[in-house]
Design a binder for this molecule. Structure first.
Ligand code: PLP
Length: 422
């Protein structure tokens, strides 16, 4: 094996879900004819209307003189100009903003964008001071665990929990009595809607977070991979928030283009320039083909329309299937709580006082052919020990209705047995 540096060592360890994926893939392979219901997938479903949109944009591009310019050339690290212009025009019109081209950066997927920010704004300064990446509400996206080269830079905060015992529902909220943003904060980061929980931090809570951050001139990156205007995977009303310290970060992945690697950052040009320079050094730019078809779909309005008319409704209906199946199957006297389904493509189940760990529960569920993701993978940066991190499961809404219903019945039986024999 080659000798690795500290960075090499850090970057060759898989974090969070990616570590569990290995076990899931091996389980699926070793199935011996057993039909597993895979509820671990983060890959969006290929919806026919969405696929058609991208196929049509591709056909138009192929038929246009633009094709050679796009595919046979390097481009600017900031992004393909027609896409930048389409994004700025769309947001100006939709949200009454005054964005110019300088406020938009196209990255090679949004994961890359968080990597740039994590290492440009988080970590040690030239004077040796640690700038922290603050995750104001844990659990959050597992991928944040792998973005910084400096492990100690990541700091997540425990949330408060609003629970309704009779309805078996709950919702996380930022705990403003604990949350600290100050001169040692590099930037604040959270997903809205949230992967894994489906939570949407309220407009009011976002304002509180940005007000805290503005005091110290700290950028706030709002990971809007599931937010409006595309893929618009919010099931509850939410307003995207803009401001001098806010970077609105988007992804085309959940709108049908995960393979093309397209992320979009919208924010103050001074932050955009820092991220752009990082991208130049790392990978030059995102796929130009992907950018050119995205420009067409955004400019025509088709992407935003399909998002609200097809993508959102599809997953919202899946959540209802899951919710109904759980309610029918789960014993009412057990302390189970489903996170309010406010968006994204996952359901998040909390089993309070679970007698075993989430990892052991995952093993038991595999025995009955059901594969969710153990929740402990979704607390990157949380330094304190907390029982709750071992009491949750993420359930993907990408399965069919029948699979979801069957899986919830099996899950209820397993869970009941575990509580009753403890
Ligand atoms: N942020 C969130 C909340 C996600 O769920 C994902 C992917 O699942 C990403 C970022 C990364 O997406 P991509 O790099 O494909 O844009």
């Amino acid at each position: 094996n080659p000798a690795l540096t500290q960075f090499g060592d850090r970057m060759t360890h898989l974090t969070g879900v990616r570590a569990i994926m290995k076990d899931i893939i091996e389980t699926l392979r070793s199935g011996h004819g057993q039909d597993f219901i895979n509820l671990s997938a983060g890959n969006p479903v290929i919806l026919p209307e969405v696929e058609r949109l991208w196929r049509e944009c591709t056909a138009e591009l192929l038929a246009s003189p633009e094709y050679g310019e796009v595919v046979c050339r390097y481009g600017s690290s900031q992004g393909y100009q027609p896409l930048i212009a389409a994004v700025a025009a769309d947001f100006n019109q939709r949200y009454g903003l005054n964005l110019t081209d300088r406020n938009v950066l196209i990255t090679a997927g949004s994961q890359a964008l968080y990597f740039f920010a994590a290492n440009a704004l988080g970590g040690y300064t030239a004077e040796g001071r640690l700038k922290q990446i603050v995750l104001p509400l844990s659990p959050d996206y597992t991928g944040y665990g792998g973005v910084t080269l400096i492990a100690e830079a990541l700091k997540a905060y425990k949330p408060t929990i609003d629970r309704n015992e009779t309805q078996h529902r709950f919702k996380y909220r930022p705990d403003f009595s604990q949350l600290e943003v100050n001169e040692s904060t590099g930037f604040v980061l959270f997903s809205r809607p949230c992967n894994p929980t489906g939570n949407v931090v309220s407009d009011e809570e976002v304002k509180q977070i940005t007000a805290l951050s503005n005091r110290y001139n700290v950028p706030v990156l709002v990971d809007s991979a599931y937010a409006p205007p595309f893929p618009a995977l919010n099931f509850t009303p939410m307003t995207p928030v803009f401001g001098s310290n806010i970077v609105h970060c988007m992804s085309l992945s959940k709108a049908g283009l995960p393979g093309e690697r397209l992320g979009i950052a919208i924010g103050d040009e001074r932050i955009i320039q820092v991220l752009e320079a990082f991208q130049t050094n790392l990978c030059i730019h995102s796929s130009r083909y992907g950018q050119a078809i995205a420009a067409r779909a955004i400019r025509s309005g088709a992407l935003a329309d399909i998002s609200t008319q097809v993508i959102r409704l599809y997953y919202q209906a899946k959540f209802t299937v899951l919710e109904t199946a759980l309610e029918a199957a789960m014993p009412t006297d057990l302390p189970w709580y489903l996170h309010r389904g406010e968006g994204a493509i996952f359901a998040w189940l909390w089993l309070d006082e679970l007698p075993i760990t989430d990892w052991e529960l995952y093993q038991s569920l595999k025995q009955v052919g059901v594969i969710p993701v153990p929740g402990s993978a979704f607390f990157p940066g949380l330094q304190e020990d907390w029982d709750h991190t071992r009491q949750c499961l993420r359930i993907s809404l990408t399965a069919t209705d029948e699979e979801l219903a069957t899986a919830m019945q099996r899950l209820a039986q397993v869970v009941e047995r575990i509580y009753c024999t403890a």
